[in-house]
Ligand binder design. Sequence first.
Ligand SMILES: [Zn+2]
Length: 82
Amino acid sequence: MSRATRPHLPMRPLWLCRGCGAPWPCQPARLALLVEYRADRTALLIYLSTLMAEAGAQLSQLNGSAVAEDLTERFLTWARAR
Ligand SMILES: [Zn+2]
């Protein structure tokens, strides 16, 4: 990874990407996760579920606008598909 490349990691408690500023997991983060967990999709879903719970708690404290269905879509639905 070059020095110019910022990692696509979540910035808590806003859950925006440190690399590109998009709501995390952004597209590059999703791709990286799919590669990292390509041999174990179940582990990826467990990991994402944990993060989703954390994000849900933090986001609802911030602005009360975190909707469960939105977070499911954002954290899990893309990883289930295939
Ligand atoms: Zn990003």
